[in-house]
Every structure is written in C-alpha cells, then in structure tokens.
Design a protein around this ligand. Structure first.
Ligand code: G6P
Length: 586
C-alpha cells in the first residue's frame, strides 16, 4: 500500500525521509519519490523501483533542505511509471503533495481544473490534490484556509501531505492513517509509526476529518471546519523499533521462527477482555465474524470452534462482502473483527456497517493503536510484535490462540488447552526445516498445488493454499476432503501435488481414503501427519497431539514450505509481487 512521510526539523530532510520509507517498505510498493524545500524552491526526485535502487540511481538523499515529503506508491490509478510516482508538484511548482488512498471525484475535479487552465502530467487521481491546493491557495494566500476549502472538495479515502514553497507542511486525514511523530526539535508525519520510530516514540494519532499544519517550530491540528484541536501525545511501544531481521535472511523466516514464543503472548494481559467478550458472546442473539485474507481464514476456524465446543452458531463474512449483504446483519448482534493491522479498509467498512446496526464490536488486533482498535468496544491484542513479511504467519497463529482462549471460556464440556505443548510442537517442526527445504525444491516447478483437509483442518487448508499463492506464485486451492469427488478429482493427474493435512484425529481415516483416491490418479502426495503411510510420496512429520494443537502445528510446515519455495523460485518472500501488507484502500 502507499506510504506517505513528511519531515520538518533541524536535520537534512531527505536522508531522514529515505530511512523512514525503508522502514515502511513492508507495506508493499512499486515506485518511490522524495521532494524537499530549500530556499523557497521545491525539488523532486522519483522513479520506479525499490527505495534502495531508486536512491542509488537518483541520489534521493542529496536533495537539499530541512523540510521534505516522501512516498512509496502502490499503483491504483495509472500504470507503474516514473511520472505517476509521487510527489506530484502543482503546475506552478510551488506546492508538492504525496497521497495515500483514492480520490473518488478526481475526474470531475480534473475537468474543472483543466477548464481553469491547469495541466496534468500523470494519470493519477492524486495529482488533482496538488493543483486544487494551488488553485485555492492562489485565492486565499493562507494555508489553513486552503486546507479547509480543499478537503471540502475532495471525496474518497485519503491521507495526504502537502509541502508549500515556504517550507510549511499541511496534512489531512480521511479514512487513511496519518500519525505525527513529535521529536525534540523536529516533526514527522507518517502512515505508520515505523516511519519515525528511530527518532521519537512520542506520537499524535490524527483522527478522521482532521488536518495538521507544521513548520519547523509549531504544530497545530484542526478539524475540517477549522476548529483547533488540542494534540494528545501518546507513547508508542518501543517494541516497534524491534523490526530488524537480526540473523534471519528475511522477515518472513524470522516471523515464522518466532511462533514458539508469540503463542504465549497472544491475548496476554487482556484476560479481562477475553472474559468480558465471552460473557457477551454467551448471551448474544447473533454472532458474526469478519476479516480479510489470512484473518478471514482465522474466522473460519473460529466458526468451527464456536459450533463444536460452545454450541454457538456464528456466521463468517468476508469483510469486503459485508457491504453487499448489510441486511444479513441482525441489529444488536456481536461482530468479531479480526485484523493484524487494524487498518484493512474492508474490515473497517464491515465494522462501520455492523455499528450502524447497533452491534457490539469485539476485535482481535496486533496493532493496538490502529483505527480498528479505536472503533471497537473490546480489543484483544495479539501482541506478536510487528509483522513485516507481507504474507501473514505469526499473526495467524496468534489469532487462533486468542480464539482458543475465548473457546476455553465458552466451552460446554470444559476443554484444556496446553499452550506449552503447542509451543514445543512448533519448535520441533521448525527443527525439521532442512527436510522442508528439500521438499521446496520438489515443488518449485509445479503449476498447481491442492491442499486437502476436513473439519478444523479445512480452514487450515484454505489458509495454507493462500500462503502458497502469496509466496510462491503457484496456483493453490484448499479443498474440503469430502468435496473431492464433487469436482476437484477431475483435476488430479501427474502434474499436480496435493498436500494432505492428516493428523491422527477423527478426520484421519476419511482423509487417508481421499489421499488414496488422488494417488490413483497419478498426483504426488505430501502427507502432513504424525503417522506415516505408503500413500505419501513425501511425509512431513507432526508431533502426536490433539485436534486443537494439530490445527496450529500443521500450518507451520506449510509456511516454511512456501517460504523456501519462494527462495527456490528466486522471488522475494517478504514482498510478494503486486501485494501489500496493509490494504487501506477498497
Ligand atoms: C493483505 C495482506 C494479507 C492479510 C490481509 C488482511 O491482503 O497481504 O497477508 O492477511 O491483508 O490484513 P489484516 O491486517 O486486516 O489482517
């Protein structure tokens, strides 16, 4: 997703901005740019590629001045080109902007601006902001008035930072994140605290419908009508600074390897929130679950758990689908929203729909300072530390652990979950990574992989297929074991691999039968199980345990397999092509 950053202080701005952009690389992007102001002149450098590459080609850091803005772009409107990269200067070159989000009425605004004599160089929606600011500034000659008029004309979801030729920064937030970092003698503006955490841990979270004016000495926040708002400084958790890869080649591998510890932290210190949530859930008329991507897959596991162990019927709705069936949300129900970032636009929209129906919102989130956290009645923290790899790994298992803790409270026949055993089993699987590396070499040339499971292992199969897709670009699909004969069997031949999730629980015999049916059609079988079988071409050994522990443990070899296969295919496991960590646009 796009990241925006701004700096005003007593240091040279461009190197600070480049460093901040590198910290936010995980959000995913295709082009980069920086603009600075020096002696009332704005200079811009931008291009397609990674921060380090564009910086070494164009020397972004050499731009002079102590005020600047920067951007990483994830194309939505207009191709990936140098011209479409941000910052975008206004026609006069006296204002430059960086923008994250979508301006829905950009065509209308562009038409009007063209009639007023403005030209457009890029195909982006963002460039209208620069010229609209210029047009309004020409009338008022006042930055605050310019911002009030401009935000009243923009429709859509956005956060943007504008730099004026006198070195003033102005930034606005409307449904996209924007945070101010307050240093000793400097101010930062950023989409994420990671943009400035090395310099300061004092942050001000700008609310929706607010804008901020910053110069080298002052910061003022206003609502969109121009009323001044008192800034509230929050201390940002220092753990955000802990985002280095350490000894690991990639964040993804680091994050997979952290799981024996992160499962103990999930829901830690939020035991009360878990108890209160369970009480609400016990008495709720209707319970809905929502999320996107991996977080949605966690909601599918939850649906199974609620019905099996607590006899509570729930409905899992993909966050982006909620708007198409808002009437299916019964008033006064409970919505459990699951999101690592707490910033996924689809999830926020789903929450909005549920709130309109007077639902209570219980959320399971990693980023406790996110918009979702602020929109929720109860927040349960995953506490798994920053997840930088675009493909979710440790956040998924943390989500499951929290759901297990809720189920423990709600279960009719009290279930005991041995978290120590889960941790030990994950560690044992991680120790076998060399075996999984060999398997990665086997699958690297394959074009289709299916992952089959039953019961609780079916949503895990769906999540596993998502990991394979994201990291290896191999087509992958999760199949419910019993559905095999209703279609997927037609696809089985010697060109495909099928991963059979088959621990020794109530699903074991039926799933082994599915494996035989597939084998008879010539496909290669990878069995993930605590019991070996002659039907498996490759066996990934699981420690012997119980249904709930299996569900967590069996995801680990598939995360590792996807990671190593990405390396075999020479693709970047941390930043898969075309994807972004946090999708803050619809
Ligand atoms: C993006 C990421 C996925 C993630 C999904 C939901 O699509 O690439 O890895 O699962 O967003 O993110 P969230 O932060 O809401 O859990």
């Amino acid at each position: 997703m796009c990241s925006i950053i701004g700096y005003s202080g007593n240091e040279s701005a461009a190197p600070v901005i480049v460093k901040g952009l590198r910290r936010m690389e995980y959000r995913g992007y295709d082009s980069v740019g920086v603009a600075t102001e020096s002696e009332n002149q704005i200079g811009v450098k931008k291009g397609v590629g990674k921060v380090a590459d564009v910086n070494s080609k164009m020397n972004l850091e050499d731009l002079p001045g102590k005020t600047g803005i920067g951007h990483t772009r994830w194309a939505t409107h207009g191709k990936v080109t140098d011209t479409n990269a941000h910052p975008h200067p206004s026609n006069s070159g006296k204002i430059a902007i960086v923008h994250n989000g979508i301006i829905e009425n950009f065509e209308e605004l562009k038409e009007q601006l063209k009639k007023d004599g403005y030209d457009f160089k890029s195909e982006t929606d963002s460039e209208v902001i620069a010229n609209l600011l210029q047009k309004n500034y020409n009338v008022s000659k006042n930055v605050k008035e310019t911002m009030i008029t401009t935000v009243s004309e923009l429709r859509g979801h956005y956060s943007f930072i504008a730099m004026f030729e006198d070195g003033q920064l102005a930034a606005a937030r409307f449904h996209e994140p924007l945070i101010i970092g307050v240093g000793k003698e400097n101010y930062f503006l950023s989409s994420d605290v990671l943009g400035f955490i090395e310099q300061t841990d004092d942050a001000v979270y700008i609310d929706n419908g607010q804008f901020v004016l910053i110069d080298q000495k002052n910061m003022q926040i206003f609502d969109f009508s121009g009323k001044e708002i008192k800034p509230q400084i929050t201390k940002v958790s220092k753990e955000f600074a802990d985002v280095y890869k350490g000894d690991y080649a990639h964040f993804t591998l680091k994050e997979i390897s952290e799981q024996p510890e992160t499962i103990f932290k999930a829901g830690e210190n939020t035991q009360d929130a878990i108890k209160v949530s369970s009480d609400y859930l016990k008495h709720a008329k209707n319970v809905y679950l929502t999320g996107s991507g991996t977080s949605y897959n966690a909601s599918l596991v939850a649906k199974y758990l609620f019905s099996k162990y607590a006899k509570i019927k729930t409905e899992s709705i993909i966050a982006s689908e909620m708007q198409f069936s808002p009437d299916s949300i019964e008033p006064n129900s409970i919505l459990i929203a699951i999101s690592q970032s707490g910033e996924s636009a689809d999830v926020l929209e789903a929450v909005n729909i549920a709130k309109k129906a007077n639902c209570k919102i219980i959320s399971i989130i990693n980023s406790l300072t996110s918009t979702l956290a602020r929109e929720s009645d109860i927040v349960i923290g995953m506490n798994c530390g920053p997840e930088i790899g675009v493909a979710a790994t440790k956040s998924f298992t943390s989500q499951l652990i929290i759901l297990y803790k809720i189920i423990q409270e709600l279960s009719i026949e009290k279930i005991e979950i041995n978290f120590q055993e889960i941790s030990t089993s994950i560690s044992k699987i991680l120790e076998e990574h060399n075996e999984i590396k060999k398997l990665a070499n086997e699958i690297k040339g394959i074009s289709d992989i299916y992952v089959l499971g039953r019961g609780i292992h079916y949503p895990i199969a769906i999540e596993s297929a998502l990991k394979i897709k994201e990291l290896t670009y191999i087509h992958a699909e999760g199949i419910a074991g019993g559905e095999l004969k209703h279609g997927p069997l037609a696809l089985m031949d010697s060109n495909v691999f099928v991963i059979i999730i088959n621990p020794d629980d109530s699903t074991y015999h039926d799933t082994l039968m599915s494996a035989r049916e597939i084998k008879a059609r010539g496909a290669k079988i990878i069995g993930i199980s605590d019991k070996n079988s002659e039907v498996y071409d490759f066996w990934v050994k699981l420690p012997k345990t119980d249904e709930l522990t299996y569900a967590i443990c069996e995801t680990i070899p598939i995360q590792l397999l996807s990671y190593y296969a990405a390396l075999e295919k020479e693709s970047d496991p941390d930043y898969p092509r075309n994807l972004a960590k946090s999708v803050t646009v619809k």
